[in-house]
Ligand binder design. Structure first.
Ligand code: UTP
Length: 289
């Protein structure tokens, strides 16, 4: 079985739900306490053993490339002023993984963005981590959890969690075929954004996928689906229907959808309450409101 070493982070969406913040900045670069959400995701992947990451960028890609690049001015200044702790934090950003970029020249959908990474991935299983979903688990990164399930069962794995019934219409919802262990099941089908009456379960696909490279055959032949975009979920469904098993894994971790205003605020508050530098003052401040 091939080891999972590569990942794709799509970060070329327009981020219309958080405009005007995303007018000149990709939403993946929006700040959560002291770093952009994209850095949380790259760190999760590195913790999970991923060595090579391709970020699919759109317009305004410069801030992303600059962030993960070596910054001579900042690092020299920190070195000269002997701010070693901060220097380590900064130099770690440009050295933690091999990061590559590919451009999606038009935001034609998540499936289209993933297809741009085809030649980078080649014939290996790979992870997809959505640039606007931060998942917190200090014990075991969620990508690592998916890799372990892939290593156990040798099949593609979709990261899922149960969502409240009234929210099923916001997500891709899986139909469960059979339970393989307490957190993993085989699936028959899934439905993109169903009404709650039609939803086959409450298990929603949430921002992490570990897929066989066979997915590219289906993405190449995909046509625009819901919203006029090439959807990743449509191609996963095609792959499933071709006889390739796909598992849903109920991951352990707290997810923040920073692609909308309230998710971004919640992430800032909760990560602020976990951060040693900010937690006490923030707690006191929140009590005064
Ligand atoms: P979303 O649908 O949440 O992103 O895509 P969006 O299109 O930016 O959102 P709104 O509705 O306009 O606010 C999920 C992920 O896929 C990426 C996004 O950057 C996000 O990380 N994506 C989406 C692409 O890279 N390319 C696309 O064409 C669409």
């Amino acid at each position: 079985m091939k080891k999972v070493k590569k990942a794709v982070i799509p970060a070329a969406g327009l981020g219309t739900r958080v405009l005007p913040a995303t007018k000149a900045l990709p939403k993946e670069m929006l700040n959560i306490v002291d770093k952009p959400s994209l850095q949380y995701i790259v760190e999760e992947l590195v913790e999970s053993g991923i060595t090579d990451i391709v970020i699919v960028t759109g317009r305004n890609k410069n801030s992303i490339e600059d962030h993960f690049d070596y910054s001579f001015e900042i690092e020299e200044t920190l070195k000269n002023s002997k701010k070693d702790e901060l220097l380590n934090k900064i130099s770690h950003i440009s050295t933690m993984a091999n990061i590559y970029y590919v451009r999606q020249n038009k935001p034609l959908g998540l499936g289209h963005a993933i297809l741009k990474a085809k030649s980078f991935i080649g014939d290996e299983p790979f992870l997809i981590a959505l640039g606007d979903d931060i998942i917190y688990n200090p014990e075991k990164a969620v990508s690592k959890q998916l890799i372990e399930k892939y290593e156990k069962y040798g099949k593609s794995v979709i990261g899922c969690q149960e969502v409240p019934e009234e929210d099923v219409s916001k997500y891709g919802i899986v139909e469960i075929k059979q339970q393989l262990d307490d957190r993993t099941c085989e699936i028959n089908d899934f439905v993109e954004k169903p009404n709650k009456e039609d939803a086959p379960s409450k298990m929603a696909c949430l921002g992490r996928y570990l897929l066989s490279p066979k997915i590219f055959n289906f993405l190449e032949n995909a046509t625009a689906g819901k919203g006029g975009e090439i959807q990743l979920t449509d191609s996963i469904l095609e792959m499933l229907k071709s006889g390739e098993d796909v598992l849903a894994y109920n991951f352990d971790g707290k997810r923040y959808d920073i692609g909308n205003k309230i998710g971004l605020l919640k992430a800032n508050i909760e990560f602020g309450l976990r951060n040693e530098e900010t937690k006490d003052e923030l707690k006191e401040y929140l009590k005064t409101l």
